[in-house]
Every structure is written in structure tokens, then in C-alpha cells.
Design a protein around this ligand. Structure first.
Ligand code: AMP
Ligand code: MG
Length: 413
């Protein structure tokens, strides 16, 4: 018997990304733009700082006059510039962020000055270097230069930078409309009573949190029981979205109906089963939404992820495939998973056929220690993980100290 080779993880990701073209951009209020992706670069329309100002509270002086006794001729406060200019032997009281008066070329910090004498003069006890404590106009960014590139994720620092340029809106990639569809006759909602054989739906809430973090406009489709009719109804509802994420029903059991019903509804499957543990049964397909019902380069297609039912597989497949797709749809510059490198704390056996994403905690010296309980149903143990270590398929064992790819999980501590 010829066993077909499983699709490699990286090839599967590229297949997904090839279908995840950026959605149209939209204007987003600055205050609501955290977590979104810039659809166009932010260009500075002013200098920052807009004017040369003081970096400290003190006295605006001519450095050539220091050390020495200087006459204080006025004040430049933040928001209220001094209108005159500083001549030889003169100084102006200045606060942090206040305009540097004409004539001055340095600021003597207030801490250097012993005391203001009664005659409105100061004694500067040591030389103040040229430009000391001065923040020049344009020293943060100059008018006309690119501050933030298109495709960048917007966080607090980027929002602050945009605000300092006076921007109140940013052009961002739209949030994908995502339908979440859990399948399984055994599922009950948290808070309900369990009858024999039933379990709580953990995939729905898990995905809700993951989607909130990745950026999505989420619709929950009521859980589909393991019947064709229930699947047909649920998937039909879900198809009218940019992305459909189903969980369960993609393995080889007699009740696994997702792929079959998707096919009936015109979904074009691009892959099923990949060389990954956990997550082997993952399916991915597209459904065309163009009026003619034909695949086209331009019409928006619905992307369908058939995630396995086991919750750890859901989390792994979300991070490796779904999040990258959502980021690409939002126009992210680098949508691929942000793996770093780290060393194993113990030896780890490799899987001969599949890359394995094992759940690890961090030792005090920053090494990766596999958690006990690596089965794909063990979500409570996974909740203790700092992240995933990627153990490449192969023979033998990786030794303690070997370096592997490491994907930290958000919210882990
Ligand atoms: P399936 O692929 O549908 O056979 O599901 C595989 C395993 O995942 C079974 O043990 C299911 O009970 C479990 N499972 C499926 N969906 C969920 C869910 N939404 N929450 C928790 N466990 C689930
Ligand atoms: Mg099932």
C-alpha cells in the first residue's frame, strides 16, 4: 500500500496565505485603532517636535556667557513662549517643553543654579555646553518622512506617535468577518447542566478570545449536531462571511460530516490532513462568492478552516494557520507566526512523520520544559503553558540544550 505523504506544515501555511488577500481598507478612529494594521504609511506632515524647546526646567542662556552672573529678563513657559530675545549677559526662565527663546543656545538646569538673588539675577556656577538640554525641531521626526510603514500593527506607541502628528483617524485593513461553528452532538454551553456523555464546548470560547486578539468581527453560529441537516444549515449560514472556522467533524469517523457537507455546498478543498501533531486532520478550502459562482482572482472568497475537535489542536491550528490568515486579510506586513528560538531543558523524542508542537513552560534560565500531558484533549494542562516548542519530524531524539523554534502564547505568565 502506498501511504500518501502528508502535506508539510510550511507548505500548508503558504497555501493558506496565497488565498488570504487583504480586505479593503477603512478609516478607523485613532482611539479605536489599537490592534489594527495600517493600510497605508503614516507620513509626518509636521516636524516633531514642532519647535526647538527645552528638555529641562531651568534657564535659557547663551553658552558663551557661562559660567557667570546673568540677568533674568523674562519667562518662557510651556504653551506661553517668551516674545523677546536673549542678549549677552541675559537669561530667561524656561520650563520643560517651552519654546527656546531667540538668542539662547543652551539651557542651564535649575538644579545647577544655587539661588536667584534679590536683583533678579542668577549665578551659573559652571559652563553650560552649546545645545545643552535642548530638543531641536524635527529631532524626533522631520516633516515629510515616513513614521510608520503600511502593514504595521498599531499599538499604544504607534497611536501615541500618530496623535503627536495631529492625526485623529488612521487608514486600516478591515476586520475579517468570521463565523465560528462548533460541531458535535455532545456539546453543551458552559453554565448548562451536563447529561451523561456530554461535555462543555471549550472551543467556542477559546476561539472567541483568540479572535478578539487577532482582530475579527465574530459571528457565532449555533452548535451543529452531528446530522447532515444540522451541518448543512450551519455551514450555509456561515458561508456568508470572509472566514469560517469550524471545529470537530473533520476526522475519519462516521459522524465527521464537515468536509462532506462543505463539498456539497460548493466548497473547493485545498488540503486535508497535514504533517502536524496535534492538528493532523485540519482541512482548508475556499468558497467563491462571485455572482457567477466561479472562482476569480478578484471576487472575495470565503476561507474555510476545518479545525479538529480536540481543543489543543484548535489552539495549535489557530496559531499556525488561522491567525496568519486573519493578519494577512487585515494587510499585516508579516502574517506568519512569530517563532523565536530557545533551548530545550530536557531531551525530546521526535515524531517520525509529523512536526510536533509541544506545550512547554519556561525554566528560570529561559529553557523550554515540556509539560507532562501532551495529548490533544489536555486543555487544562495546556493552560499552564508559556508557549509551543516546534519539534521537527525525524528520527531519534533532540537533546537537552538543543535549540528549537519557540512560539510564546499570548497572556502566558
Ligand atoms: P471530532 O473531531 O468531532 O471527533 O472531535 C474530537 C474530540 O474533540 C472529541 O473528543 C470531541 O468531543 C472533542 N470536541 C469537539 N468539539 C469540541 C468543543 N467545541 N469543545 C470541546 N471539545 C470538543
Ligand atoms: Mg465530533
Amino acid at each position: 500500500m502506498i501511504v500518501p505523504l502528508l502535506l508539510q506544515v510550511d507548505d500548508a501555511l503558504e497555501t493558506v496565505l496565497a488565498e488570504a488577500r487583504p480586505l479593503p481598507a477603512e478609516q478607523v478612529r485613532l482611539a479605536a485603532a489599537a490592534g489594527r494594521y495600517l493600510a497605508e504609511p503614516v507620513i509626518a506632515t509636521i516636524d516633531l517636535p514642532p519647535f526647538t524647546n527645552s528638555g529641562m526646567d531651568g534657564y535659557a542662556v547663551r553658552h558663551a556667557d557661562t559660567p557667570g552672573r546673568l540677568e533674568v529678563i523674562g519667562e518662557s513657559a510651556a504653551g506661553t513662549p517668551f516674545s523677546g530675545s536673549v542678549g549677552p549677559g541675559q537669561a530667561v526662565t524656561i520650563s520643560t517643553g517651552a519654546v527656546l527663546p531667540d538668542g539662547a543656545d543652551a539651557v542651564a538646569p535649575i538644579e545647577w543654579i544655587d539661588a536667584l538673588d534679590g536683583a533678579g539675577a542668577i549665578e551659573v556656577p559652571r559652563p553650560v555646553p552649546h545645545d545643552f538640554s535642548i530638543r531641536h525641531a524635527g529631532s524626533d521626526v522631520e516633516h515629510g518622512t515616513e513614521v510608520l510603514a503600511a502593514g504595521r500593527r498599531i499599538g499604544p506607541a504607534q497611536i501615541g506617535a500618530a496623535a503627536s502628528l495631529g492625526l485623529s483617524w488612521l487608514r486600516c485593513g478591515s476586520l475579517p468577518r468570521v463565523a465560528v461553528l462548533t460541531t458535535g452532538s455532545e456539546l453543551r454551553k458552559p453554565g448548562e447542566r451536563l447529561s451523561p456523555g456530554q461535555i462543555y464546548d471549550s472551543n467556542g470560547p477559546l476561539l472567541y478570545a483568540a479572535l478578539a486578539d487577532a482582530g475579527a468581527d465574530v459571528t457565532f453560529i449555533p452548535t451543529a449536531a452531528d446530522t447532515r441537516d444540522a451541518h448543512r444549515e450551519a455551514i450555509t449560514q456561515a458561508l456568508d462571511h470572509d472566514v469560517v472556522i469550524s471545529t470537530g467533524g473533520v476526522s475519519v469517523g462516521g459522524h465527521d460530516l464537515v468536509r462532506e457537507i462543505e463539498r456539497e455546498l460548493g466548497v473547493h478543498e485545498l488540503f486535508w490532513r497535514i504533517a502536524l501533531k496535534p492538528g493532523k486532520p485540519l482541512s482548508f478550502g475556499v468558497s467563491d462568492r462571485s455572482p457567477a459562482g466561479e472562482r476569480s482572482e478578484h471576487a472575495p472568497a470565503t476561507l474555510l478552516f476545518g479545525l479538529p475537535g480536540n481543543p489543543v489542536s484548535v489552539l495549535v491550528c489557530f496559531e499556525l494557520f488561522v491567525r496568519p490568515a486573519l493578519l494577512a486579510l487585515q494587510g499585516a506586513h508579516e502574517p506568519r507566526p512569530a517563532f523565536g528560538r530557545a533551548r530545550l531543558a530536557t531531551h525530546v523524542d521526535r515524531n517520525p512523520e509529523r512536526d510536533e508542537l509541544i506545550r512547554v513552560r519556561l525554566t528560570t534560565d529561559g529553557r523550554l520544559e515540556p509539560l507532562r500531558g501532551q495529548n490533544s484533549h489536555q486543555l487544562a494542562i495546556t493552560a499552564l503553558a508559556a508557549g509551543f516548542a516546534r519539534i521537527p519530524a525525524g528520527s531519534g531524539t533532540l537533546a537537552a540544550g538543543d535549540e528549537v523554534a519557540y512560539l510564546p502564547l499570548g497572556g502566558a505568565s
